[in-house]
Design a protein around this ligand. Structure first.
Ligand SMILES: [Zn+2]
Length: 324
């Protein structure tokens, strides 16, 4: 059984090609973080190596070895210090030339392929141009546009879309034994990415961080310019945390706009729905749009390496406030 939440169509497609022996040399799985790209790649590897029935069977030595991460024909590489390096791809190419040990195929998975350095990407392209017959290469990336078009054109592209919240909720209850109310909350916060829900369920620190991010915005909306600039000064000391916080704030503005439209059922941050509702009453729709716009443009500016302190201060001046 394929152990993945949602993406039934993708599983059916891959299953059919495996059963017909019609397997592409390379696949590219795209979609947002936590949607299930790596999981699907590993399940595909398991199905390709499996000697049981139906594939993947969960019982044979091959299935177990892939799950343990110790199958000699399955290799996963990902970014080291933020990027995939030429040496990693060279090593992969060297190993790919050798015949498989235990299976018909060698399945090599490259996660976050968009982080490959130009040299690594070119080396990868060479493998894709003349792949050994036994090699199945599976790349994952947030989107195909982030890769060389010459790489994309040599892959079968499978674009994974967010999974329906009800599917995630059901899986959390049935497979992870999570209580109904908690499962609903996690599914909403995940915005359709099961990996995000599972991480939040397992990591208390991550949950605290999320709550802090939401409370900080609510405090800032109440605060005056002095409070806001003090926050900007301290937040600018830690760029990664600041950027993650701003991304979280985008979900809050979205939620508040939905609440203003009376769409409580679409709200992501369900546990803060009362606080957000109050803030909506104090601000009005115009201010909400402004808040979303300003936060969005700060996120964009930071992606283009704007000065963090300055960008945060500008944001602080432009955000609406909930003070009477
Ligand atoms: Zn098996």
């Amino acid at each position: 059984m394929w152990k993945i939440i949602g993406h039934d169509w993708a599983v059916q497609l891959l299953e059919a090609s495996i059963n017909q022996g019609n397997i592409a040399n390379a696949y590219l799985l795209t979609g947002p973080d936590g949607v299930g790209k790596r999981t699907l790649a590993l399940e595909m590897a398991r199905a390709l190596c499996c000697t049981g029935h139906p594939r993947p069977c969960d019982e044979c030595d091959n299935c177990r070895a892939v799950i343990r991460g110790s199958h000699p024909d399955v290799l996963v590489i990902g970014p080291q210090d933020g990027s995939i390096k030429i040496d990693q791809v060279r090593e992969l190419r060297r190993r790919a030339m050798l015949a498989p040990h235990r299976s018909r195929y060698k399945i090599y998975i490259i996660t976050d392929a968009e982080t490959a350095t130009p040299e690594a990407a070119n080396s990868l392209l060479k493998t894709l141009e003349e792949p050994p017959k036994h090699l199945v290469l599976i790349l994952t990336a947030s989107n195909a546009d982030a890769l060389l078009p010459t790489i994309v054109s040599r892959c079968q592209v499978i674009n994974l879309r967010p999974v329906p919240l009800s599917t995630i909720e059901k899986a959390l209850r049935e497979r992870w034994d999570i209580q109904a109310e908690e499962a609903t909350f996690l599914a909403h916060v995940s915005t359709g990415c099961p990996g995000v829900a599972i991480k939040l369920a397992q990591d208390e620190g991550l949950r605290d961080k999320r709550e802090r991010e939401i409370k900080t915005l609510l405090e800032i909306l109440k605060g005056d310019v002095i409070d806001r600039f003090e926050w900007a000064a301290s937040a600018s000391r830690d760029p990664t945390t600041a950027q993650e916080m701003l991304e979280r704030w985008l979900t809050i503005w979205r939620d508040m706009l939905l609440l203003a439209e009376g769409r409580r059922d679409w709200v992501v941050n369900l546990d803060f729905v009362d606080e957000l509702g109050k803030a909506v009453e104090q601000m009005g729709k115009e201010a909400l749009f402004k808040g979303l716009r300003e936060t969005c443009s700060t996120v964009q500016a930071l992606k283009k390496n704007a000065n963090l302190r300055l960008a945060l201060e500008v944001l602080m001046l432009n955000l609406p406030c909930t003070r009477a």
